[in-house]
Design a protein around this ligand. Structure first.
Ligand code: 5GP
Length: 189
């Protein structure tokens, strides 16, 4: 998505060799018009898949997932992060390492909002090692729902996450692919 790449170049900040700060458009402030364009693009890519639910993880995936769900005319559910893993029978829970926080967090989705009848489109903001995605994919499996694919705003192709998920046979569509963060510069694929 050209407009997204342009905004990443203008407003992204290379934090370290493997972390890009996108606080100006995605992770702190959000640009509603840009987010709506992302939602339209994901809806175009997955419209034929009869999606019944768009799923994401709080918090940065929510705006894009909302825009996608609005375009597809289906509900959006966000997995909530909990401090401790409980054995609540009414939720699906998984433990995932957090890339940016350097800690392990538990994510959960209520059994009310994800069922075996659902065809799920997973949306996330940035994919690095893929831990968050794998956690939510395990939740989809627990629910017996069908995962139609995953849409990510930014794929860092120099980290293994998206590749390993594709190797599992899951369709992953990214709006921008970053090959490297070098000497303060953002290199697109
Ligand atoms: P993963 O689980 O794929 O390693 O990391 C995914 C999560 O970590 C994303 O939801 C995103 O919020 C955060 N993340 C990963 N890499 C970056 C990055 O370069 N910049 C920012 N701002 N967040 C990142």
């Amino acid at each position: 998505m050209e407009i997204l790449k342009q905004r990443i170049l203008e407003e992204g900040v290379v934090h370290t060799h493997d972390v890009l700060k996108l606080d100006a458009i995605l992770n702190h402030q959000v640009d509603p018009q840009l987010i709506m364009e992302m939602g339209k693009q994901f809806a175009r890519l997955f419209r034929e898949q009869n999606v019944t639910k768009v799923l994401t993880i709080e918090s940065s995936g929510i705006s894009v997932a909302f825009a996608t769900a609005l375009e597809l005319g289906v509900p959006m559910v966000f997995a909530r992060r909990k401090k401790t893993l409980t054995t609540d029978a009414e939720t699906f829970c998984e433990r995932v390492p957090s890339f940016t926080k350097g800690i392990v967090t538990d994510i959960m989705v209520s059994k009310k909002y994800l069922t075996a009848n659902d065809r799920v489109l997973l949306i996330d903001d940035i994919i690095a090692n893929g831990d968050a995605a794998r956690g939510i994919i395990r939740i989809i499996e627990q629910a017996g729902a069908h995962l139609v694919g995953m849409g990510v705003v930014v794929e860092k192709t120099f980290q293994a996450g998206a590749r390993t998920i594709r190797e599992q046979g899951i369709r992953v569509e990214s709006l921008a692919k970053i090959a490297a963060l070098q000497n303060g510069s953002i290199i697109f694929e």
